[in-house]
Design a protein around this ligand. Structure first.
Ligand SMILES: *Cc1c(COP(=O)(O)O)cnc(C)c1O
Length: 406
């Protein structure tokens, strides 16, 4: 086992947006000014008590923070090991953690005087959070979404349109998240003067990975004080699913310097770790650059991006957030994966014994917890990030579980 490096998280990323050798700024020249403006606006806003107060107010009044830290008593009993707690980001407005970041960035857009918002979405969760925030703040909203994802998540498409957003289908390539990001970037290059791009995960070029992480730190900050309130001590282990990595880094960040706390990120194992059948970047991914950042990417020998697959659209992406690559190298965070089959089982089990229907993304973290908790001591604590609710997934789950169309 690699010895755990003690890492000074406050020094990361450096000024050019690097987490060690990962991250950075890999964008067309035309976007440099916009990214610079965003970095400066964010740096100022962070220090402005009025901005911070406004952000906290909207997080409370509109999004529904703080979220509960819930003791999953029956799941704990049925597994006979660690005490399992869920951090209930699924209870937030629009159904997932995404809204934390969206509110933060929408307020920055207002500060920059940009009245038009664009965003990409995979499962639709980032799209609906963005559409809702734009409605609330009176901003124009265009969402790019792969045609395949639009079919998988028709309900979310309609919800976005109800909130007044224009949803533009993307027909390039695999017609999923990666292509939607490319289209959003193309739009941004053209309309950069009046448009802010609300990127939905801890990905892309600097300052996004850092900024998105900061907006989600509230998850870990709340969880830490809540577990002290309930148990009087730190948890033994944290786990979270990892798409781009925003809900995971949001939970983990404020525990990074607590060396007794283990952290596990769970990637999408899809139909198994074979080329084109999964989206687990740490299972066969290589160092590369994708959509603005240097990180682990699923690619072939020639650097062509490989096809990815996951039962959950929100984890179906060929690159992982650069900060995760850094902490993996440092041995501070470990990564594993859950297969579609394990995920569907966790999805049902959690619904049946806790009365909580998890998002298929979050069910990856639960699938890990189902395996891990029985191996842990009875008085130990395993804290699972319930990143979102499963309402958006019930139709797809019914189909996959052989129950036909709802
Ligand atoms: C988008 C999404 C994810 C994946 O994104 P991260 O940036 O890795 O958090 C996970 N869970 C839910 C519910 C989502 O909507």
């Amino acid at each position: 086992m690699i010895t755990k490096m003690s890492t000074d998280r406050s020094a990361l990323p450096d000024e050019s947006g690097h987490f060690g050798s990962y991250g950075g700024l890999y964008v067309p020249e035309t976007l440099m000014t916009a990214l610079q403006e965003l970095s400066e606006t964010y740096a100022e806003a962070k220090k402005d008590p009025a901005y911070v107060e406004q952000l906290n107010w909207h997080l409370k009044e509109f999004a529904g923070r703080p979220t509960e830290l819930y003791f999953a008593e029956r799941m704990t009993e049925s597994l006979g090991g660690a005490k399992i707690y869920f951090k209930r980001e699924d209870l937030l407005h629009t159904g997932a953690h995404k809204i934390n970041n969206v509110i933060g960035q929408a307020l920055l857009a207002l500060r920059m005087g940009k009245k038009r918002i664009i965003a990409e979405t995979g499962a639709g969760q980032h799209g609906i959070a963005t559409a809702a925030a734009c409605a609330k703040f009176g901003l124009e909203c265009v969402i790019y979404m792969g045609r395949v994802d639009m079919e998988r998540q028709a309900l979310n498409v309609y919800r976005m349109r109800l909130c007044g957003a224009e949803v533009r289908p993307v027909d390039a390539g695999q017609k999923t998240l990666k292509e939607a990001v490319s289209e959003a970037m193309r739009d941004w290059v053209t309309n950069v003067r009046n448009t802010h791009y609300i990127l939905g995960s801890a990905l892309g070029s600097h300052p996004y990975p850092m900024m998105v992480r900061d907006f989600h730190r509230i998850i870990g900050q709340e969880a830490k004080s809540q577990i002290f309130e309930k148990e009087g001590r730190l948890p033994d282990e944290l786990c979270a699913c990892v798409g781009g990595g925003s809900n995971a880094i949001g939970l983990f960040y404020d525990f990074l310097e607590d060396e007794s706390v283990q952290m596990i990120g769970v990637e999408a194992g899809g139909r198994g770790i074979e080329q084109g059948e999964h989206a687990a970047r740490f299972q066969g991914g290589k160092l590369g650059v994708l959509q603005g950042t240097k990180t682990y990417v699923l690619q072939n020998e020639d650097g062509q991006i490989e096809l990815t697959h996951s039962v959950s659209a929100g984890l179906d992406y060929a690159a992982i957030g650069p900060e995760h690559a850094f902490y993996r190298d440092a041995g501070r965070i470990d990564y594993t994966y859950a297969t579609d089959e394990e995920v569907l089982e966790a999805f049902q089990k959690c619904s049946q014994i806790e009365g909580i229907i998890p998002a298929l993304e979050s069910a990856h973290a639960i699938a890990y917890a189902l395996k891990r908790a029985p191996e842990m001591e009875k008085d130990s604590i395993l804290l699972v990030n319930m990143s979102g609710r499963g309402d958006k997934d019930v139709q797809q789950a019914a189909k996959l579980l052989g129950e036909g169309d709802l």
